[in-house]
Write a protein that binds this ligand. Structure first.
Ligand code: ZN
Length: 209
């Protein structure tokens, strides 16, 4: 878990949005390999083991192995997510994580993987969290997001974690979430942009006389 991404993490327990305090036991190249994240609101603690931060209530199974990533898909993903400079971090959900090692070799942007396939390991530039449906991330924290499958709750949580005007990429089997404006699509993927949340209603007062 890259130290600079700790600021973007939030306790997933439903209470006011709360940042986490880290106690690191082992750090390698500014990545926490072993440690604990603690919530100062509810007191929950989340372990970091082998670089993976685990937010699950019941930490047991991990997603199965997946076909290895390839350079062509990694380069395409870098272009679709518009990762041409080093700002911020990109969020890759599920199976997209298989491209992380190659993607990390061609872009400067730190990657945060959520529930990647079993064979994917944390490394400098590649951070991993495992979590239940809601992502443990601050609103608008990620510069761009790749969604892997049609899961409304997780997609909504991922969009919430994406900054306004950030790119969103997903397979065509995933419905375009409400807060996303579709930019383009082909047979396999669509590309969209996170829209600004609707402004609160403003009441108008008309002065008469
Ligand atoms: Zn908490």
């Amino acid at each position: 878990m890259f130290i600079e991404l700790i600021d973007a993490l939030r306790c997933p327990v439903p209470h006011e949005e709360s940042w986490l305090v880290v106690a690191a036991q082992r750090i390698d190249a500014r990545h926490i390999v072993e440690g604990t994240l603690g919530c100062h609101v509810c007191g929950a603690e989340y372990p970091i083991r082998l670089g993976v931060a685990d937010f699950r209530c019941h930490a047991d199974s991990v997603p199965p192995r997946s076909a290895p990533g390839d350079l062509e898909h990694a380069m395409r993903l870098a272009a679709l997510l518009d990762l041409s400079d080093a700002r911020g971090f990109a969020l890759l959900l599920g199976d997209w994580g298989k491209h992380a090692a190659l993607l990390s070799s061609i872009v400067q942007v730190p990657l945060l993987l959520v529930d990647p396939p079993e064979q994917v390991t944390a490394a400098p530039g590649v951070s991993i969290v495992r979590c239940d449906a809601d992502l443990p991330l601050a609103a608008g924290a990620a510069r761009a997001t790749a969604i892997d499958r049609d899961d409304d709750q997780r997609a909504a949580s991922a969009i919430r974690a994406t900054r306004v005007q950030g790119r969103v990429v997903a397979p065509v089997t995933v419905r375009v979430p409400a807060a996303v404006r579709e930019l383009t699509r082909d047979q396999s993927l669509w590309v969209g942009e996170r829209e600004a949340p609707a402004a609160p209603l403003v009441s108008l007062h008309v002065r008469r006389g």
